[in-house]
Design a protein around this ligand. Structure first.
Ligand code: PMP
Length: 389
């Protein structure tokens, strides 16, 4: 039998063949006319994917954490007050990160599995003088989703710059950056954007660019300083050669292909497909009697699911049996509940058949672990949602 596994972790994910082919193509010069055109087109396409027609895109070599770092480094000045909305590990990361650049950070933290209460946020903002607010659209450690529209609108109304970590949401969850007034949306290549790890992407509003230009102190990060990168991004869009630090040439070619595929699918259709997949996965888990970390469907992500292990089932054992059945899933990540749950990524190129295969493998694993349930009930429940029944 062909040794083939299905990667269904919440990033990196399975990638489209055309995207992977771009990585195997001969590498060209980062200032060759062909590549300049590809880079310029990728920047233009980012505006469509983020729904931010007048924002400034940045494509940097790095992972999602670099994108977070760039947002913090460029917008925080020592002594600025920052409000971090945290629904998990990646929200908490902002507390440490913004502190490194001298911010005085206050955290509004939800209980594990719950989302942010915006009444609490509003009350906190009314205490005054916040410059920046961050949120994690989908925290990959909990599969909890925050409402980005409320976040952006509250920031705009309060005159606070908003930074949204969209690493586990952009190109999967509904996100209208400009309409909702979100200043910075950042992501990485390896999730719903659909490109192997290695690119950090940011989309910065003109308001945030003005705030950056008005800084009194220099950006305390050499590589991530927008002052280094703005001329480069502008040059690529103007189809002119430029250089500050070498771009990841093949990854940018792959990114341009993936962004083209995403826009060809259409943002609304793509978000709808992720919603359907999320619904199907939730239906399967419910049929199997597995609770999830998010406490309500309304704030459960559509890009991943976080089911709890049934009582008496050892997580490591179950995941290795699922792996033996051909599907790679991820363990828990949140330190408070790490051993109590696992994670299924279902974003980007995930097809209905992939989800059914993953649910089938979970059933195989549960069965082999001695869990009592109706074999096939999870697959049937997912299938009913997928066929619209
Ligand atoms: N934010 C979120 C929501 C994430 O899921 C991740 C990665 N899992 C990161 C930030 C950090 O991204 P990276 O691992 O690419 O640095």
């Amino acid at each position: 039998m062909k040794d083939r596994t299905l990667l269904m972790i919440p990033g990196p994910i399975e990638f489209e063949p055309q995207v992977l082919q771009a990585l195997g193509a001969p590498t060209t010069s980062h200032v060759s006319p062909d590549f300049i055109d590809v880079f310029g087109q990728a920047l233009e396409r980012m505006r469509g994917v983020f729904c931010a027609p007048s924002a400034q895109p940045f494509i940097l070599v790095g992972s999602g954490t670099l994108a977070m770092d760039a947002a913090g480094a460029n917008l925080v000045e020592p002594g600025d007050r920052a409000l971090v909305l945290s629904t998990g590990v990646f929200g908490d990361r902002f507390e440490d990160l913004l502190g490194r650049y001298g911010a005085e950070v206050t955290v509004v933290r939800s209980a594990v599995g719950q989302t942010i209460d915006f009444d609490v946020v509003k009350a906190e903002l009314e205490t005054g003088s916040y410059k920046i607010m961050t949120a994690t659209h989908v925290d990959t450690s909990t599969a909890v989703r925050v409402d980005p529209q409320l976040f952006g609108e509250l920031g705009s109304q309060s005159g606070v710059l908003t930074i949204l970590d969209g690493v586990c949401s952009v190109a999967g969850e509904n996100l209208l950056q400009e309409q909702w007034g979100i200043d910075v949306v950042l992501t990485a290549s390896q999730k719903a954007i659909g490109v192997p790890p290695g690119l950090a992407l940011l989309m910065v509003s003109q308001r945030a660019m003005r705030a950056w230009k008005a800084r009194k102190s220099p950006v305390g990060n050499y590589y991530a300083d927008w002052g280094q990168w703005l001329p480069i991004m502008q040059a690529y869009e103007a189809r002119k050669p430029s250089y500050f630090a070498t771009p990841a040439v093949n990854l940018v070619c792959a990114l341009n292909i993936s962004l083209g595929q995403i826009l060809a699918e259409g943002m609304q259709a793509r978000v709808g497909r992720h919603q359907l997949t999320g619904d199907a996965c939730r239906a399967a888990l419910a049929a199997l009697g597995l609770a999830t970390v998010p406490t309500r469907v309304g704030h459960s992500a559509n890009t991943l699911s976080a089911p709890r292990y049934p009582d008496g089932i050892a997580g490591v054992d179950l995941l290795s049996k699922i792996r033996a059945a051909g599907v790679i899933l991820a363990g828990g990540l949140h330190p408070a509940i790490r051993s109590e749950y696992f994670r299924i990524g279902h974003m980007g190129a995930t097809r209905p058949g992939d989800l059914l295969a993953a649910v089938g493998a979970i059933e195989t694993g549960l069965h082999q672990c001695g869990y009592s349930f109706d074999l096939g009930s999870g697959v049937a429940a997912a299938q009913r949602v997928l066929v619209g029944g």
